[in-house]
Design a protein around this ligand. Structure first.
Ligand code: SF4
Length: 118
């Protein structure tokens, strides 16, 4: 038996999974999204990464960013190492690409703020 907390919505249902593979039985979910979440956790868990990167701008030395998609949990340490080495030197608007993630996984890191755009 495995237990998870569904993070798909703020309700945070406590999920229980009995069995494995296609035969796994999920309980505790208030909607079908919880079952999909539990099955993904068993096979290929993913997360959206939210963080900040350094900038060269004195008025906004840190810029909020996130991955443009969910990435495999196994990739999170490598993505965080990429993020730690970023220094934004040009104004970037909310939604624009900060860096591609393709050295590590599919997707891009995008800005989630207009702090650098005046
Ligand atoms: S199972 Fe449904 S209601 Fe419960 S946390 Fe997940 S998405 Fe929300």
């Amino acid at each position: 038996m495995r237990e998870f907390i569904c993070i798909t919505c703020p309700t945070g249902c406590h999920l229980t999974v009995e069995g494995s593979g296609d035969e796994a039985k999920v309980s505790g979910n208030e909607c079908k999204r919880g079952e999909a979440f539990a099955r993904a956790e068993l096979t290929c868990p993913t997360r959206t990464i939210c963080s900040t990167v350094r900038t060269a701008f004195g008025h906004a030395p840190m810029l909020p960013v996130r991955t443009d998609r969910e990435v495999p949990k196994d990739c999170i340490p490598a993505v965080m190492r990429l993020i730690a080495n970023v220094l934004v030197k040009e104004p970037i608007a909310c939604g624009e690409t900060v860096i591609p993630l393709d050295p590590v996984c599919e997707g891009t890191l995008i800005a989630t703020s207009n702090l650098l755009v005046r």
